[in-house]
Design a protein around this ligand. Sequence first.
Ligand SMILES: *Cc1c(COP(=O)(O)O)cnc(C)c1O
Length: 830
Amino acid sequence: MSAVYNRDEAAVRVRRQSRQPDPAVEAFREAILDKLTYAVGREAGSARDHDWFVATALAVRDRIVDRWTASNREADSGQRKRVYYLSLEFLIGRLLSDTLGNLGLTEVAREALADLGVDLDAVRAVEPDAALGNGGLGRLAACFMESSASLGIPAIGYGIRYDYGLFRQIVSEGWQREVPEDWLSFGNPWEFERAEVVFPIRFGGAVELAPQPDGTSRAVWHAAETILAVAYDTPVVGWRGRHVDALRLWSARAPDPIELETFNLGDYVGAIAHRSRAEAISRILYPSDATPAGQELRLRQEYFFTSASLQDLIVRHVRVYGDLATLADHAAIQLNDTHPAIAVAELMRLLVDEHGMAWEPAWAITRGTLNYTNHTLLPEALETWPVGLMERLLPRHMQIIYLINLLHLESLSKAGRMTDELLPRISLIDESNGRRVRMGHLAFLGAHKVNGVSALHTDLMRRTVFKDLHALYPDRITNKTNGITFRRWLQQANPALTRLLVETLGERVLDDPAALQGLVPLSEDPAFQARFEAQRRANKEALARLARERIGVALDPSALFDVHIKRIHEYKRQLLNILETIALYQAIRAEPEADHVPRVKVFAGKAAASYAQAKLIIKLANDVARTVNADPVVAGRLKVAFLPNYNVSLAESIIPAADLSEQISTAGMEASGTGNMKFALNGAITVGTLDGANVEIRDHVGADNIFIFGLTTEEVEVRLRGGGAKGEGAIAASPRLHGVMEALSSGLFSPEDTGRFRPIVDALTHNDRYLVTADFDSYWNAQRAVDALWRDPAAWWRMSILNTARIGWFSSDRTIREYAEEIWRVPLRG
Ligand SMILES: *Cc1c(COP(=O)(O)O)cnc(C)c1O
């Protein structure tokens, strides 16, 4: 089955049915064959799916290039303001479906390949995921690039071309194991290497103050080490192919491939040692999410891509406008979290030291150009760097940071706003545990706008981490609630639902998410409900096939699919869900004859390799799955599946098959979430806490169409402040939870190692920082309300349809429009 989204594709179908030759299909078929022969070097007879993938991608890329050049020419000649999105992560996933879909070429490609005896779906499946990110932050960057291109905004995404993306997760005997993700091993047909776009990136050494003829002095940085950043460009095609933007990723190279003198002395290994040190910078993505990655290599990565990106955009600006004084008028830079926050000091260095600008105008330009997005308030995830490390690696930047700090503190003293209590809180240097540079504070001071990613999160930024800076600069913080691109998360991921929507609402639903509202009156229509249910059923059958193939577990597509997929982190509370699963298991065993709603619990997610508790939670999910799935007493009522190697492609398979979306983080801890939006778009009903964007999802879909439970942010604050992190009380007060804890302690799920889950039991009992035990009963009750709704199919499908109908606001097109208007101040076309 395939989707037909627009007139071109409909025309292909009509011609196919009438067996007329189609010139578009013929041309594309010839283009693919040409690439297969001359670029891949294969004959059609011996080509494998992977060869066909490369040939198809190259043929598609050719179609993009002209539009890309046109988009660039138009941006330069029209003197349009450019947006630069700096992100250490881009979690892209596969590009073939997305690109074909946006170009309106899906049916043409399908037909062209079919003529050659090749199945498009098989070709799509062999594309490796570009997993250059850990989770939500990197996926947001990818959605933003697609939306910027779709809205015709001249944007460039800047990041690192990691040789190895996020690790591939293998689950072996229930434990996570990490293996390298070698996504480039067969080459990458989407990218263009720009061997001529190279910038030097310097580290270490010392700074000299060189006297100038006019009596002033100028800082000259004599660096100890120079590494080259080489650009690789991947085109990003917008919806309907109208506009193309670029993702420019930097790869590290040593300036001299080989030290010939050393080589000539016979030291062949030593002659290339410097090279592996240099190239280590872009070797691998740090696999941490909402946890610190504070090693020196990480700081080198951050500076490497930030400096290369700023040098590149300065060259572009000077080429078009001739003069850096106008940079802020023609460029807006967005810093995705603090990873590129060193941009504040680097832009000052480039303007003052390299381009001879005075400090004041340089600061005005920096502050007029940079903007910063905060993604987390978790104290352990706020980036700080030791002053000693900064001085050694980036001596000139440390001087600039001291000067920014001095001027900042002085201006407050002069204005009579400084107090002894305020000083240590607003200084760029945290003196409380060693001396460390606060990257969030640096980004705040250097930015025109600072934004949070949901209304609740932005409110918390104003009240907590940035309380003092916000009081001094009350106009700087603004909210930009996250969004997702509907092209990937609806059209590509769920063609069956998309087809139903187009047939029901017309094609404009593909261009305007507000059109989804047209479903509201249909939500109670039994015929429409039946069609809505049918597409879900087909998606569930497909997921059941996937689960059988990958983990050998049989899932019943008529059961309620209850899905919890995201990074494994204690604040995301997969543990709460597992405890409820155990309680449900015990309840079914206690009353096997009772009428229990059949449920399938689906989990997926990676744990940071160094995060022991998260890895133990994965083991627990798998041990519970092993016990439950083998127990004949609960057969037909409960199944548990942990699907390994969560990534964008797996999310695209799972989300359209979900009935229930688990968004149960501890209130106040999830900045926004975007998984929650993907599920609701596909009609899953949310069970969630009042956290992150869940609050706004509730406001949009209606409080009656979402299951909200648990402590609020304020209640969590009170508990944690009042030393309420012990779970003992809650466990003693809840016989059900007590029974679950007994089962865990007794080794019911780990008979071969009865003490295995002791660290989990201990943490919940004595130091329950995520308030799992406090929310347990309320979560249990919410789940039983979900059961009650499931027993009333008309009510269930009505609620499900209303979620799809009212989620349009969460399109990343809306988010990007807001950034464009309020932060970047770039005019939108049309
Ligand atoms: C959307 C997405 C995320 C973010 O999910 P949350 O539920 O918001 O944490 C992480 N990883 C992948 C692969 C995603 O597609």
